[in-house]
Design a protein around this ligand. Structure first.
Ligand code: F7E
Length: 327
């Protein structure tokens, strides 16, 4: 029987990789999208005729119930959220409503329609915030440092709670930062790769960044969607940290990106206080030992390869845009 998967946040970076991965596994893929005046499907162009897009909203319980009744998925991947950390200080209530309560709306809808549906919740390393130990694993206590992180802690625990209260197959993947050429341009790795390409090609002069000392465990989004799927194929539901185990600073990211196009980053990068955060997460590094042991998962792409892959993709895209402008 063909497996059906419903993916929320399908128009985002991870949604595009996951939809592609699930199609490769023979799934019928349904993506939930919000109704909007300007629908953006840039990342899904190559998949548009192979996936089904259906309207629904994390803020609207009935729309979720109706969607699940219509699609009757075997698996649901909840990737949708307000995911940009700085925005969570500007819109803390909206962030809580979709990123935290949106998870409960999904879990309740599953209970109402069909409790056997397997559920994946996109938890985040931002929950570790002011880290209580290093590296961080499934047993490390949380100490979130932004309204986003706080909302993700709620989403995480409500997933655990519904699993324990109702015996639902609900898993939570605690994913550390995951990047790719499809990453949104506000996130730091893509902001850097895009700027390195544009400066190299002469269409940008400077790159303004915030805290260069922040350190993250950056992995490749394409590797991480495989882990999500594996979690839902196990006999028992559980929570897993997904990470590379390596931590690098924003400064190192800049060095690799600009070095790749033979530029000295010191000539182009400026620190601008508007990109500093009210409370920073200084350093994250994950221990994915449990995922390695139980899921047989490990990352294939590492830091330098990831950043250079992103710079190469941006070089190609910017060149193409410049050539198209000339015509
Ligand atoms: O920042 C520093 C910034 O915005 C990384 C989301 O996907 O991963 C992501 O959250 C670091 C921070 O990602 C700039 O202060 C310096 O320390 O790329 P980011 P994030 O906040 O770690 C987690 C796992 C999620 O769950 C989130 O949804 O880089 N930084 N200068 C900067 N960051 C940005 N965005 N822009 C700068 O100019």
């Amino acid at each position: 029987m063909t497996q059906r998967a419903l993916v929320t946040g399908v128009t985002g970076q991870v949604g595009a990789y996951l939809a592609d991965f699930l199609l490769g596994k023979g799934y019928e893929v349904y993506g939930m999208i919000r109704r909007s005046a300007n629908e953006e499907f840039e990342r899904l162009e190559h998949l548009r005729d192979r996936i089904h897009l259906e309207h629904g909203d994390l803020l609207d319980e009935m729309s979720i119930v109706n969607l699940i009744e219509k699609v009757r998925p075997h698996e649901i991947y909840n990737l949708a959220a307000q995911t940009f950390v700085p925005t969570s200080w500007l819109q803390p209530v909206l962030t809580g409503d979709c990123t935290a309560l949106g998870v409960t709306r999904f879990l309740e809808a599953i209970r109402k329609v069909d409790e056997s549906i397997r559920f994946y919740q996109a938890s985040s390393s931002e929950m570790f915030g002011a880290v209580q130990e290093e590296p961080q694993s499934e047993t490390t206590p949380f100490y979130p440092r932004s309204p986003y992180g706080v909302a993700k802690v709620y989403g995480h625990w409500i997933t655990v709670n519904y699993r324990e209260s109702y015996d639902m197959f609900a898993c939570s993947g605690i994913l550390f930062n995951h990047e790719s050429p499809l990453r949104g341009k506000d996130f730091v790795t893509r902001k850097i790769s895009d700027a390195a390409a544009r400066i190299k090609l002469g269409v940008q002069k400077k790159l303004k960044l915030g805290n260069l000392d922040a350190q993250r465990d950056w992995g490749y989004a394409g590797d991480y969607v495989r882990a999500m799927w594996l979690m839902l194929q196990q006999d028992e539901p559980d929570d897993y940290v997904i990470a590379t185990g390596e931590s690098h600073s924003v400064r190192e990211c800049v060095e690799v990106a600009f070095g790749h196009v033979d530029l000295d980053w010191n000539d182009y990068v400026e620190v601008d206080s508007q990109f500093l955060r009210p409370a920073e997460v200084h350093r994250l590094r994950g221990d994915a030992g449990k995922a390695r042991e139980k899921l047989g998962w490990q990352p294939e792409v590492h830091f330098t390869e990831l950043i250079t892959m992103m710079v190469d993709a941006d070089l190609e895209r910017v060149r193409f845009e410049l050539e198209s402008d000339d015509e």
